[in-house]
Design a protein around this ligand. Structure first.
Ligand SMILES: [Zn+2]
Length: 259
């Protein structure tokens, strides 16, 4: 049987967002701790991205990823995961490293030294749809070069900012030397990823532990609901364009926070 794995997507771990745009993607550290401890207690295999890339994983495996290079990567996630012996990957924007609420280069060096994967999330989190060829190259390949120079390590995984860029960004990423390209489409990985964009489940504050367990177990209803929500997002983006979509998403996040 071809094994399946789930890639989980986290953002900031904090009791409150840095700004309204972060919305419900910000998880309290206590909830995150409960989630990862339940993985360790349930003997769920937690695997590195390298294992996924090579198709070396057991069915039901989980990989942990963090987007946006938040300061909680180093302050919260790294120490806890290291204590539990769990691998993870942190995707960062080199142009934003060390700015307010983001991890610094020294933080990333120490995460890498502890065995965590550091990947690119684009140069400055510009959404990749509709970029000129040179700007797309700067975001995808330029960000890889900069992180490699600053950390002195190869960077072989890219997380598409906002899940954007599609097949065009994926092709360029693989041509630039990335082994893995991760998106935001909810779903499970099956076998070896090859030349595809890996699906992921984004964790949201409101899902609490139940949503987390449903994602890890790939519960059918949960998966369908997440995919429907994602399709709606894509439709909105197609109708509105990515810039207006990003603005709308920010407004929605602010509205949700007020409720
Ligand atoms: Zn992001």
């Amino acid at each position: 049987m071809t094994p399946r794995a789930v890639v989980l997507l986290y953002h900031r771990l904090s009791d409150r967002p840095l700004d309204a745009d972060e919305g419900d993607y910000v998880l309290p550290p206590s909830l995150f701790e409960e989630q990862v401890r339940s993985l360790a207690a349930g003997r769920t295999p937690v695997v590195s991205l390298a294992c996924l890339a090579e198709g070396r994983y057991r069915d039901g495996s989980v990989a942990l990823t963090f987007d946006d290079g938040c300061d909680s990567d180093a302050a919260v996630a790294g120490p806890l995961l290291a204590a539990l012996g769990l691998p993870a990957a942190f995707f960062v924007n080199p142009a934003l490293i060390g700015t307010e609420g983001r991890a610094g280069w020294d933080d990333l060096r120490s995460l890498a030294a502890r065995g965590f994967t550091i990947g690119s999330h684009g140069l400055d989190h510009t959404l990749l749809d509709g970029l000129s060829p040179s700007e797309l190259e700067r975001q995808v390949a330029g960000s890889k070069r900069e992180i490699e120079e600053r950390l002195g390590r190869p960077v072989d995984a890219l997380s598409l900012p906002g899940g954007t860029g599609g097949e065009r960004a994926r092709r360029l990423a693989h041509a630039a030397g990335y082994r893995l390209v991760l998106g935001s489409r909810p779903g499970a990985l099956r076998g070896k990823p090859g030349d595809t964009v890996l699906p992921r489940f984004a964790l949201r504050r409101g899902q609490e532990l139940d949503g987390f367990r449903a994602a890890v177990a790939r519960e059918r209803l949960f998966v369908l609901r997440q995919q429907a929500r994602y399709a709606l997002t894509l439709a909105g983006r197609g109708l509105l364009g990515t810039t207006r979509y990003a603005r709308l998403r920010g407004r929605l996040a602010r509205a949700e926070r007020r409720c």
